[in-house]
Design a binder for this molecule. Sequence first.
Ligand SMILES: [Zn+2]
Length: 232
Amino acid sequence: MKENPRGPRFNGDQVLWKGDWVPLRSLLTSLPPEEFARLARARGLAFFEATHAFCGRCGAPMEPAPDAGTPHARRCSAPACEGRAAFSYPAFSVAVLAAVTRRGGEELLLAHNTAWPGPRMSLVAGFLQPGESLEDCVRREVLEETGLRVARPSFRGSQAWPFPCSLMCGFSAESEDGELRPDGVEIDRAEWVTRERFRAAAEWSPSAEGLQVPPRGSLSRQLMDAWAAGLQ
Ligand SMILES: [Zn+2]
């Protein structure tokens, strides 16, 4: 068995798997969903504890709050702090994925994020902002990143995404116009893909050539596969 390379700073990024410490993300496609969900829960709780060691108002240490009515809640330990009355719960950053189609669903919009190497493509995605509904977020993210207006955002499912603490919410939507204008900041390339082209694509890999789509197991890929099967 190998030593955990992160030593005492281990916070759930890596999982002991068949005698080796491996990134949790690498197990997304090889573990049954219920086992991955258990690890995602552990990762989320470890991240919460690591990032809520001290009060955001006064800087005093946080302590467990067993009277909060839900496990793992914490509160400020300083009696005079106004933050002591407010429990902190394990929280998540909510993000949307948008499977945008046009021409009656014949083509799917894929985008290349400027942070990704090579020809990797995926769905448009982004984080929910305060005051938004999930549907608002879909419309805004697609417009900001690609210049397209979309109609009828429709919820398709969600997935815990513990990298480090997100909840992905999948939507389908229909494009109302056709001119792609990638923002050049987050997205440097976007294109419409037919089912035929999608089925010929490879999974994300440093060595693959041509169109690359996310690995099976991810919600983005599940939404793509549903579209390719004619279910969207
Ligand atoms: Zn405090």
